[in-house]
Design a binder for this molecule. Structure first.
Ligand code: HEM
Length: 412
């Protein structure tokens, strides 16, 4: 997604806003749209032109409430605007599409390998993958940092789940086809629905085979672990296993690398296209600010369980409410100078990983990957220059960069 810095009083006409349009995130100015909504219509009805629509909340306080108040807002009626048109087949079967109290039971079990205590064990793997990813830049040619780093989360996920290295690239492609089906690089059927649907189907088919293999030859990876856990006194059914493997794969692979790309772009923009790594980049505060800046997940969605109000606006039972996290992370009532990258920002009350019961399961992993990436990039590269205009992912869900070609100068 293009990350812009709209002037404080700039606005767009409300009747021109279409939050579903993927073009808005590639060539348009989504930050200007969200700034307008925060100021003029913080609970906005997005008409889809078919007699249907959804609510969009853009202020941090409202986004926080929608994501955390699970008694009012359910995750079982679709969690993104791409899921508006049909019931969610994974409701109650996949952790992310399940409400408490059952969700809590999932989380206790599935969360163990992702805890703050468990994640440091992956540091060496991440560091050596990052070092290898930087290596091609040494030959002096133009280096596409977005293509190199997009493989890191997928490689880590494959290692944890015990998937062969040869499957990294095909799975990565399927994950993007599933979450960014409008993007011309991933669209396989010329239209959104078949692309996303068949990608889901292929990923689940892939995991069906993994599970079948492990039934015959148990292993000690995350896939076998999921097969062994018990929730409410029984093991997961095949359907539950497949949906949760799909959710882990999609959650893990399409977000983290875009934080690295978005940070490089802003550091270059601040210096007329040529950037360098400030010393502050190695600190945790900088990782948090890079996360806020990039906000790689634009929104999540909920359904109102009963009639309610948000900031005085009536919401009817069953209506869809989207919570725009990327807008909340620029809310001027929470963040001073929201459109400045301040690597020492404290406190930094971003909600990039969501909040409430579904707060990102992979936040410790994402932080590990980002901290290590910035450490190694700072250690190896003295300065960089944009060789081309960055190419952005066509998605209303993931704020992504698909190509970021750089000329780099290595440290002596
Ligand atoms: C910078 C990187 C990441 C961002 C910005 C991010 C963002 C989010 C957000 C906002 C949610 C909340 C969803 C909701 O409220 O419905 C979430 C949930 C989730 N994330 Fe992440 N995520 C990232 C990385 C990861 C990684 C590396 C994993 C790997 C396991 C992961 C796995 C998940 C899962 C499984 C959930 C569902 C949790 C639940 O329903 O309890 N994410 N993520």
């Amino acid at each position: 997604m293009r990350i812009t810095r709209p002037a404080a009083h700039a606005r767009v006409p409300l009747d021109q806003i279409d939050l579903t349009d993927t073009g808005l995130y590639v060539n348009g100015d989504a930050h200007l749209v969200w700034q307008t909504l925060r100021a003029e219509r913080p609970v906005f009805w997005q008409d889809r032109g078919n007699g249907d629509g959804f609510w969009a909340v853009t202020r941090r306080a409202d986004v926080h409430r929608v994501l955390s108040d699970h008694e009012t807002f359910s995750s079982e009626g679709g969690t993104a605007i791409s899921m508006l048109d049909a019931p969610d087949p994974a409701a109650g079967l996949m952790m992310q599409s399940t409400d408490p109290p059952r969700h809590r039971k999932y989380r206790e079990q599935v969360g163990r390998p992702f805890s703050a205590r468990a994640v440091p064990a992956y540091t060496d793997f991440v560091r050596s993958f990052v070092k290898e990813s930087i290596e091609p830049a040494r030959d002096g040619e133009v280096w596409d940092v977005a293509s190199s780093f997009v493989r890191l989360p997928m490689a880590l996920c494959a290692m944890m789940m015990g998937l062969p290295e040869d499957d990294i690239d095909p799975l990565l492609r399927l994950a993007y086809a599933s979450l960014a089906p409008d993007d011309p690089r991933y669209s396989t059927h010329g239209s959104t629905k078949p692309t996303a649907g068949s990608a889901h189907y292929e990923i689940m088919g892939y995991f069906a085979k993994c599970i079948w293999d492990r039934r015959r030859n148990p292993t000690d990876d995350l896939t076998s672990y999921l097969m062994s856990i018990e929730i409410a006194g029984r093991r997961l059914t095949d359907e539950e296993l497949l949906y949760n493997c799909l959710s882990l794969l999609l959650g893990a692979v399409v977000t983290t690398s875009h934080v690295v790309s978005a940070t490089i772009i802003v550091l270059a923009e601040e210096h007329g296209g040529e950037g360098f790594w400030p010393d502050a980049m190695r600190a945790q505060a900088a990782v948090e600010e890079a996360l806020r800046w990039a906000s790689p997940v634009t929104h999540f969605m909920r359904r109102a369980r009963h009639d309610t109000t948000i900031a005085g606006q009536k919401i009817a039972a069953g209506e869809a409410v989207t919570a725009w996290i990327a807008s909340a992370n620029r809310d001027e009532s929470t963040f001073e100078r929201p459109y400045s990258l301040d690597l020492e920002r404290t406190p930094n009350r971003h909600i990039v990983f969501g909040t409430g019961p579904h707060t990102c399961l992979g936040s410790h992993l994402a932080r590990l990957m980002l901290r290590t990436s910035f450490e190694e990039l700072c250690a190896a590269i003295e300065s960089f220059e944009l060789a081309d205009k960055p190419v952005h992912l066509a998605s209303n869900e993931i704020a992504g960069v698909v190509s970021l070609r750089l000329r780099t100068k290595f440290r002596p």
